[in-house]
Design a protein around this ligand. Sequence first.
Ligand SMILES: NC(=O)c1ccc[n+]([C@@H]2O[C@H](COP(=O)([O-])OP(=O)(O)OC[C@H]3O[C@@H](n4cnc5c(N)ncnc54)[C@H](OP(=O)(O)O)[C@@H]3O)[C@@H](O)[C@H]2O)c1
Length: 338
Amino acid sequence: MTATNRQILLASRPEGEPSVDNFRLVETPIPALADGQVLVRNHYLSLDPYMRGRMNDTKSYAAPQPLDEVMIGGTVGEVVESRSDRFEVGDHVVGMGGWQEFQVADGTPGQLRKVDTTHIPLQAYLGAVGMPGITAWYGLTQIIDPKPGETVVVSAASGAVGSVVGQLAKERGARVVGLAGGPEKCRFVVSELGFDVCIDYREHPDARSLSAALKTACPNGIDGYFENVGGIILDAVMLRSNAFSRIAMCGMIAGYNGEPTPMQIPALILINRMTIRGFIVSEHMEFWPEALTELGSLYAAGRLRYRESIAQGLDSAPEAFLGLLKGRNFGKQLVKLT
Ligand SMILES: NC(=O)c1ccc[n+]([C@@H]2O[C@H](COP(=O)([O-])OP(=O)(O)OC[C@H]3O[C@@H](n4cnc5c(N)ncnc54)[C@H](OP(=O)(O)O)[C@@H]3O)[C@@H](O)[C@H]2O)c1
């Protein structure tokens, strides 16, 4: 194989908001495979908010993305050459192929996983039936654990994680209220995803105003909150939280560029005897099979809906990633690489 690979590297670390200049596109020859290796043509790249954290060289739950190396990222694709007895040419696979058109993978268990595309589209393994869906499943079932009739609030409700959280909560008989940016996203959250209500948080300049809207949307208070954003949204939810409510701390995207996101009234944790628990989905691999079974079955039954924003071509990845951090995506942000 003499083809050329195109890759996007992290060229420099951002200070505050990232820009396209933090990335560099390079072309490299595809190396010959060693025994046990496979060559995968990546079809879709997943863009995810966690990538912003990896661009920093600061203490976190994961090591920083090294400079001048291929940006980390989840991918789905097809095996085009194999020297592994575990994979055949034509197999569809999901893995961490990075921001590049081809990947040479060792084919070791855990690095690449074969997926069945008979009933589930390939790219869904990067979204509702992949890491974001499992994130939703874990935070909802293991932390919020809603009872029928309880009220669950979800921020970034139209997004890859949030959209699944709300649908899983409805499956469990909860009243579900979403928060999303703009009327179009809110309409989708209610009419397509089946949430009971969706509040456009952009109409509310501060936590008090948003909290008043939540009071109307949640007449019985809030029992569970799936946190994707932070900042004034968290404050507004806490003002309406019930005794013994649970918050699954999944993400705080409002602060990913270093913006301060202080909690205004931490005393509410004590007053309401709240449980607030952070989690990282990759640290709970033992739950992935159970989560994937439920998500796959719901999808096959037509009860798991989602939306995708698809950018075309590897070159478009940096711009699409910057858009994700500003809410310009509408649903799971992917890059189509073929
Ligand atoms: N803990 C884990 O293991 C884990 C795993 C996966 C994802 N996450 C976290 O889950 C969250 C959602 O991820 P996702 O992949 O599903 O992304 P997503 O929701 O598909 O896209 C990000 C969304 O965040 C919202 N947003 C961006 N900047 C914002 C801001 N300043 N204020 C309010 N909202 C903002 C936007 O929606 P609106 O236009 O509606 O505001 C945007 O569409 C992120 O915080 C991510 O880091 C955590």
